[in-house]
Design a protein around this ligand. Structure first.
Ligand SMILES: Cc1cc2nc3c(=O)[nH]c(=O)nc-3n(C[C@H](O)[C@H](O)[C@H](O)COP(=O)(O)O)c2cc1C
Length: 492
């Protein structure tokens, strides 16, 4: 909301304004050019300037009346200009992508992305792509092949990404002593855009003689390949064979877009399929892959699968069919969340209880076996079951409430930092994390035990404690396990 009332209008991003002393041209969202003579042109241009951010009609009227004194008495002129600009698709009500909230969301969901550049001519456009990815909140590290350096200077990419650009397998630094492995492990996603025919061939053969192919082969993160080349090259059997191998190997292979072959003289260019898609399409593909790519298998997943295959609910010391009394109390005092994340949902009973209270729940677990058993528990309720590891999460968020009932105390110490990093990304400022862990004087289980101070210290500075109280983890074990209940708020 703006102070002047509900947000009413915003400039459409695609619309452009050209000012000249004789007239103002507006290139509308309708793809046409609209000419406004000098007198109305100045007003139209000012409307477009003011609507660079969302404003209500009242705000707009106030600002324009101040700027054009003569219009002050004639609000009809302003409304006419507004209606005209709406009609040509130059201004509109802000959509979800234009709202300040969604911008914050995009920033909050930023991932660690390696952008691989190869010797395809589209690399010349890569600064725009890097800027688009950074603008969406992602941290971008660029890796280049030798041929890519012929099409773009690393300096431009370093200025845009604020990260060093890695120029080859042997471009070692104290921070990246073995660049291909360090980048492969750092990445939450790798985008090779543009992917040359040569790099595709290296990848299909497992040829790691170059930085980009080596890191793309070594990473466990999803790898998106955007082939970009001359149409005849793209259709060649050798290239198609490689693309098929790459799809089978689990790479995400994107169909090229339409463009013009730059090898032909400008006057002789006809559209043909071959070039990589533009920056916005690449961003959309990346985010779709990040949301849907399955989490890589780990030994812990296999262990949890085995447990959930063998044990009945009454043999699981953490299992409960109802929501713990103190969790019910906490839910009643916290602001009502739009989206809740139930971590380590197991058989889904906590998720079911949250959904029965009218909440929209995402319920994640390391074990695919648990999730398939949970399907029956949550049938017909607004619960999305997701196979995920919270220390390497593929979830996007935001979640206004994360409920961790007995997950954190199972994590090895080495994974606690990743747990915190992932939760910090998923939980927006001011939202809550509710944690239950075994207390320091509970000796019956092979878990990490926490004092209130240790719990607070572990989650700081991303989360500040609202309260930490003595609690229990009701389940089939008597007496119930001694626990701590921590309610934390995401700090700014
Ligand atoms: C002017 C020029 C433009 C090129 N454009 C492309 C291209 O768009 N796509 C492609 O696959 N190869 C293209 N190539 C060929 C690659 O640069 C060449 O195959 C190189 O070995 C790729 O190496 P890399 O995959 O290690 O970057 C181009 C070469 C030149 C000289």
């Amino acid at each position: 909301m703006t102070p002047g009332g509900p947000v009413g209008l915003r400039r459409v991003e695609a619309a452009k304004v050209v000012e000249h002393r004789d007239a103002t041209l507006v290139l509308g969202g309708d793809g046409r050019v609209h000419r406004f003579p000098a007198d109305s042109g100045a007003l139209v241009a000012e409307v477009m300037r003011l609507l660079a951010r969302p404003r209500s009609r009242d705000e707009l009227h106030a600002a324009l009346t101040e700027r054009f004194e003569d219009v002050g008495t004639n609000t009809g002129t302003i409304d006419q200009a507004i209606e005209h600009l709406k009609g040509v698709g130059a201004i509109a009500a802000p959509g979800p992508s234009a709202s300040p909230h969604s911008h914050a969301h995009a920033r909050g969901s930023g991932r660690k992305v390696v952008l691989g550049l190869t010797g395809a001519v589209a690399t010349a456009m890569s600064p725009h792509l890097a800027a688009t990815l950074v603008g969406a909140g992602h941290t971008v590290r660029v890796a280049m092949t030798k041929a890519a350096r012929r099409f773009v200077t690393p300096t431009a990419l370093e200025v845009i990404t604020h990260q060093p650009v890695v120029r080859g397998l042997w471009h070692r630094t104290p921070e990246l002593p073995t660049p291909h492995i360090n980048l492969a492990e750092w990445a939450e996603a790798v985008v090779v855009c543009p992917a040359s025919a040569t790099t595709l061939s290296r990848l299909a053969r497992g040829d790691c003689s170059d930085l980009v192919s080596a890191l793309a082969v070594a990473t466990s993160a999803p790898v998106v390949l955007m082939p970009s080349m001359n149409a005849a090259m793209y259709e060649a059997p050798a290239v198609q064979r490689n693309l098929e191998l790459l799809r089978d190997d689990g790479f995400h292979v994107v169909l090229p877009g339409f463009g013009h072959e730059v090898a032909h003289a400008p006057s002789q260019r006809a559209p043909a399929m071959g070039p990589a898609p533009g920056p916005r399409e690449v961003l959309a593909v990346l985010e779709a892959v990040l949301q849907t790519a399955s989490v890589p298998r780990s030994p812990q997943m296999a262990e949890w699968d085995a447990r959930y295959r063998e044990l009945e609910p009454e043999q699981m010391p953490w299992h409960t069919d109802v929501l713990d009394g103190d969790l019910v109390d906490v839910l009643s005092v916290l602001p009502r969340p739009q989206n809740v994340l139930d971590l380590g949902t197991g058989l889904g009973t906590v998720a079911r209880e949250l959904a029965r209270r009218g909440l929209t729940v995402t319920a994640s677990d390391l074990s695919a076996v648990a999730l398939s058993r949970a399907q029956t528990t949550v049938a017909g309720l607004p619960v999305k079951l997701v196979h995920d590891d919270i220390t390497r999460t593929r979830l996007v968020g935001p979640f206004e409430l994360v409920l961790d009932r007995a997950v954190l105390h199972l994590l090895p110490e080495a994974q606690q930092a990743d747990y915190l990093r992932c939760l910090s990304r998923l939980v927006p400022r001011g939202s809550h994390l509710v944690v239950k862990v075994h207390a320091a004087d509970e000796q019956r289980f092979d878990t990490r035990k926490f004092t209130a101070e240790a719990l607070e210290q572990l989650l700081a500075p991303a989360f500040e404690p609202v309260r930490i109280t003595d609690s229990s983890l009701p389940g089939p074990v008597t007496p119930p396990a001694k626990a701590l209940l921590g309610v934390f708020r995401r700090a700014g």
